[in-house]
Design a protein around this ligand. Structure first.
Ligand SMILES: Nc1ncnc2c1ncn2[C@@H]1O[C@H](COP(=O)(O)OP(=O)(O)O)[C@@H](O)[C@H]1O
Ligand SMILES: [Mg+2]
Length: 221
């Protein structure tokens, strides 16, 4: 199990967002987290990377528990995670190559292997030819591929994606979703939050947040 929520409660002051939430994500599993805007998807994801902590209950990620987490273990946890956002959050003053290489540098990845690792990831994502480009010169889809590359370059155990197709057209969204599927098929778990049911593969594991509760759903297409 790479991620586990055990009876998690979370409120922003008096506004209760999650109530008694329990679910789990296995290693290498692709899980969609769906629900209406404002239902608590981004909040739930922030609980996964210890940007927020539960009021009650426990979140266990890659063996780290929210109950025992001190500030000190957060960098160690983050090294096991890759995070992707709707707005990419790339470093605009660095090339595509350097956006990925930077992650390897701060994680003390062996210097001699960095170039090879970055190029391997960019090749897999179909953007090796863009390695010397700056983010603002790229299309949305290319920027999101770069952001995904940055999330996976350090070989995380879990990739967390918050509305990763929110800024993309339907065709590009489909391509991005299939990249996440490939990532999970290679053994990295993916938790993908979206309010857009169109991008969901109905055969995948789908969880929905509704009235503060997380439960499995089936989607017909
Ligand atoms: N920092 C915050 N402070 C207070 N309320 C917040 C904060 N962030 C989100 N909320 C509220 O919590 C609820 C869940 O938000 P969010 O997790 O962003 O939902 P989603 O990602 O599903 O759209 C919403 O009602 C939102 O307005
Ligand atoms: Mg959100």
């Amino acid at each position: 199990m790479i991620l586990q929520f055990n009876k998690v409660n979370f409120s922003y002051s008096s506004h209760r967002v999650l109530h008694d939430c329990s679910f789990a994500v296995s290693n290498g599993e692709l899980v969609y987290m769906v629900g209406k805007s404002g239902c608590g998807k981004s909040t739930l994801l922030q609980l996964c990377y210890f940007n927020l902590f539960p009021d009650d209950g426990e979140v266990v990620v890659a063996g780290f528990s929210s109950a025992s987490a001190s500030e000190k273990i957060i960098p160690a946890l983050r090294r096991k995670l890759g995070i992707v956002f709707q707005d990419f959050k790339l470093l605009s003053d660095r090339t595509v190559f350097d956006n990925l290489a930077y992650i390897l540098e701060i994680n003390n990845y062996p210097a001699k292997k960095r170039r090879g690792r970055v190029e391997e990831v960019l090749r897999d994502l179909g953007i090796l030819h863009l390695k010397n480009s700056y983010p603002q010169t790229l299309s949305g889809g290319e920027q999101q591929r770069t952001a995904i590359g940055r999330a996976i370059v350090n070989e995380p155990l879990l990739v967390i994606a918050d509305e990763p197709t929110g800024n993309l057209d339907p065709q590009t969204s489909e391509e991005i979703v299939s990249i996440f599927k490939d990532i999970s098929l290679k053994g990295t778990a993916v938790l993908l939050a979206t309010h857009n049911y169109d991008i969901i593969d109905p055969s995948a594991k789908i969880l929905r947040i509704e009235d503060g509760k997380v439960s499995p759903v089936r989607i017909k297409k």
